[in-house]
Design a protein around this ligand. Structure first.
Ligand SMILES: [Zn+2]
Length: 170
């Protein structure tokens, strides 16, 4: 696990502290407090190799637009579309910055998907057709949004996932 720098604001001293990366991904504008959940998500999904991949997690930095926010830098790692969709569910305000050879080559805001496809999350309902691999069907989830609240509903049994989505990762 990389450096965790807590309670910093992005003044010039701290910017020096958080070095630029040569190749990798910066996840910016994460709602305050969500960075560790996103790190855990990526760690579970990508199996980040600590020898090749240094991770910097900055919590509670100042953002003009969003107030306090978190930020993650991950070396030599580029999340896939389905990983970015999960990041969007955890952190709808996040911006993904792709860095190659010290340059920003792409920068975009995440978009909450309408569907979490098969093979990403498990349904906890024991009566669900997807439960425990009884049938060759894997769970997928509708993403329902009401105002600022996002919920995930199993496509097959209609069960809503409660609590942290990390516990339902395949
Ligand atoms: Zn289900």
């Amino acid at each position: 696990m990389g450096l965790i720098q807590k309670n910093s604001s992005l003044n010039s001293k701290n910017q020096q502290l958080v070095q630029k990366i040569e190749n990798g991904t910066v996840i910016d504008h994460i709602p305050q407090g969500m960075s560790l959940a996103i790190y855990e998500l990526l760690h579970k999904r990508i199996a980040l190799d600590p020898k090749k991949t240094r991770t910097v997690i900055l919590t509670s930095t100042e953002s003009k637009k969003y107030g306090k926010k978190d930020l993650i830098k991950i070396e030599n790692t580029y999340p896939t579309k389905s990983e970015i969709d999960l990041i969007a569910i955890l952190a709808p305000t996040a911006t993904i910055v792709t860095i190659k050879n010290w340059e920003v080559v792409e920068k975009y805001k995440v978009e909450i998907p309408d569907l979490v496809p098969e093979g990403v999350l498990k349904c906890p309902n024991q009566a669900c057709i997807t439960y425990n691999g009884h049938e060759p069907v894997k769970a997928k989830f509708r993403v329902n949004r009401v105002d600022d609240t996002t919920s995930l509903q199993c496509w097959y049994c209609g069960r809503n996932l409660e609590g942290a989505i990390l516990q339902y990762l395949e």
